[in-house]
Design a protein around this ligand. Structure first.
Ligand SMILES: Nc1ncnc2c1ncn2[C@@H]1O[C@H](COP(=O)(O)OP(=O)(O)OP(=O)(O)O)[C@@H](O)[C@H]1O
Ligand SMILES: [Mg+2]
Length: 294
């Protein structure tokens, strides 16, 4: 029998010190979403006492999945992140898969206004890749990655938003994992801090890990955040949340982050009249306070 030729992939072997050289510094990337940035933290030691220090954003270099049912505020958060980063001088690549570029730019301008940012000042920092209008970008992964690499090189981009990755595996959901894996690896290689938006089907449990995009997308990315909304239809639910029947209660939760410590509680969330997402207090504290006021 002929002997198999040996293949050793030397590039894949690292000692810890070699691996560390390439690791991004652990620091926060502000999201532009009030109440969110302090939910990520690092542990610092003062003598023998550990204490939490806010990271002030999602971890640098993290690829985060933001998931939820329709109408829960995912795109608003993606836009807020984009405006915030651009206002800090960071070029951002926004891959729009659902909304054509011209419509997205109107949304971004509204978001900037609501956040008190002069849109004219940051327009050049936002590079839109219109995969909504160009089917080949949605259907052919190598073309999408080549185009992204071109953008990263040309505009020196280290922030990427994809709204949504679900739109890249429409009607071929069995490919979801491999598509998300390819994008994840690519973003890591290019040192992107990225937000992948994914849509959740109604059959997935509201705030669970499987909620994170389904199809085990949550296992691939570094961090998952889940948005949900509850329609208050019963007197009991209304009493629990202290709202009126017919109102909506919005909820938010970090489902996991492997790069740093994070708050694990369910938080109330709000979308303001200007269309800004705000993360509120933990649900447990709100319910406790309401119980005490009875
Ligand atoms: N400009 C705005 N002003 C006020 N409220 C807004 C504005 N834009 C959106 N909203 C509110 O925020 C909700 C969430 O919008 P968003 O587009 O972020 O949802 P989404 O989670 O991206 O949904 P989908 O999965 O359908 O894309 C809207 O249904 C609407 O109630
Ligand atoms: Mg959306």
């Amino acid at each position: 029998m002929e002997e198999r030729e040996r293949h050793i992939i030397y590039d894949a072997i690292f000692t810890i010190s070699e691996a560390k050289e390439k690791a991004p510094e652990l620091k926060g990337v502000p999201t532009g979403v009030t109440g969110l940035d302090d939910l990520f933290y690092v542990v610092e030691w003062k003598g023998k006492k550990p204490h939490r220090k806010s990271l002030g954003g999602i971890p640098l270099g993290c690829v985060a999945n933001l998931t939820g049912m329709p109408d829960t505020g995912k795109s608003l958060m993606a836009e807020q992140f984009t405006i915030k980063q651009a206002s800090l001088g960071e070029p951002v690549c926004f891959v729009t898969v659902e909304t054509p570029a011209s419509y997205l730019s109107v949304g971004l301008e509204q978001r900037a206004k609501a956040m008190g940012v002069d849109f004219k000042e940051i327009e050049e920092k936002i590079i839109i890749l219109d995969a909504a209008s160009y089917a080949r970008l949605r259907e052919d992964m190598p073309t999408l990655l080549d185009t992204l690499a071109h953008i990263y090189r040309t505009y020196k981009v280290h922030r990427t938003v994809i709204d949504s990755v679900t739109g890249l595996y429409e009607a071929r959901e069995m490919l979801a994992r491999s598509i998300v894996r390819a994008l994840y690896t690519f973003c890591k290689k290019w040192y992107q801090t990225a937000l992948f938006i994914s849509q959740k089907r109604s059959s997935h449990e509201e705030l669970s890990a499987e909620a994170a995009g389904g199809y085990a997308v949550g296992h691939i990315v570094d961090c998952s955040m889940v948005l949900s909304k509850e329609l208050i239809l019963s007197a009991r639910a209304a009493q629990l949340y202290k709202v009126e029947v017919g109102e909506i209660v919005r909820l938010f939760r970090i489902d996991g982050c492997r790069m740093c410590g994070h708050d694990t509680r369910i938080h109330l969330m709000d979308i303001t009249e200007l269309g800004l997402v705000k993360i509120g207090p933990p649900l447990v504290e709100v319910l406790k306070a309401k119980g005490e006021n009875k």
